[in-house]
Design a protein around this ligand. Sequence first.
Ligand SMILES: *Cc1c(COP(=O)(O)O)cnc(C)c1O
Length: 390
Amino acid sequence: MSLPEHVPFFRPDITEEEVQAVVTALRSGWLTTGGVCAQFEKDFQEYLGDDSLHCIAVNSATAALHLSVEALGIGPGDEVLVPTWTFTSTAEVVRYMGATPVLVDIDPDTFFIDFADAERKITENTKAIIPVHFAGLPIPRGALNRFAADHSLHVIEDAAHCFPVMNEGGLVGRLFPEGDSDAVCFSFYATKTMTTGEGGMVVTRDNALAQRMKAMRLHGISRDVFDRYTAKGASWFYEVIAPGFKYNLTDTAAALGRVQLTRAKAMAERRGEVAKQYLEAFADLPVALPVQGDSEHGHAWHLFVIQILSEAHLGRDEFIERAAEAGISCSVHFIPLHLHPYYRDKYGYKAQDLPYAAANYQQAVSLPIFSAQTDADTQKVITVVRELLG
Ligand SMILES: *Cc1c(COP(=O)(O)O)cnc(C)c1O
């Protein structure tokens, strides 16, 4: 097998079918949120397998998270538990509402929010927790539900990495009627496990939350624009019930999403094969390998994060630099939030305040893993990583 010169960190997986679906949407005479978006929401609901779930398409996971926090009525004086090991979206939406994100350390093996540290940080003002299913490994549903119930917290799951994946009897997003999370937020950003270019989906079982989020995703208008122009008895009348946002998903994006959804399982299987090859190839290297899924908790393998241990003869930064010279683009997920100037300075965090995240940050590297990855790409990554660390 001849190996490629360069393996990018990510390459989109778009087939002729997606191209045709977008072209059809473009020719339909309706470009913004309309029938295709409604059908995408219905497809997603069917995929999750319960028609009493509300699936609300939006233009990013950040929008989904913001709408969830807003609909739960979180505001000034309230505190929300957020893992420091995440993208800034997870915490910034709490700031949008004037509430305080309280950063929590992680379990060093799974990178999940550490429930023991979270418990220590609960005060009478703590209203909610936003756990992140990091890399595509789901936080066990039962443990999360129990933690929330014990402390009377709302739960908004940041599932930006975690579609499609099983978690104790149902896919992430398949909220069960009793004692499950309030909302689950998915991302269809360009590099996520399925994409609409930019986009997201928020899932809830709660009717009141769904009504609020549907209005707030489109300016706080009580009926959506598409209904206004196309429903029988269409009328010019609408009412603004709150100063809402502009978070609707376009039909062109939804057309892409509908096809990606039909391919989501196959794309996940492909990433799973890449992960399996990496896990075998790197077993004897001085690295900590990512925790794998099991029959109860799958793995979406959005990211493949290794940690370069201190016995390796080169550090993380040098590894990334040398890998780039050898033609492999790596990345780091994530720079912990408490190390970023905004959160550090506003809340006075020191690196050692969240010691596991600070330590993992020195060692973590994300290797390329994507469904369009060829066997030659994978072989190239394996060869370079073994040369650098073997
Ligand atoms: C990508 C990502 C988001 C934001 O997704 P967008 O759709 O780009 O808004 C949120 N949380 C995590 C953990 C992410 O990786």
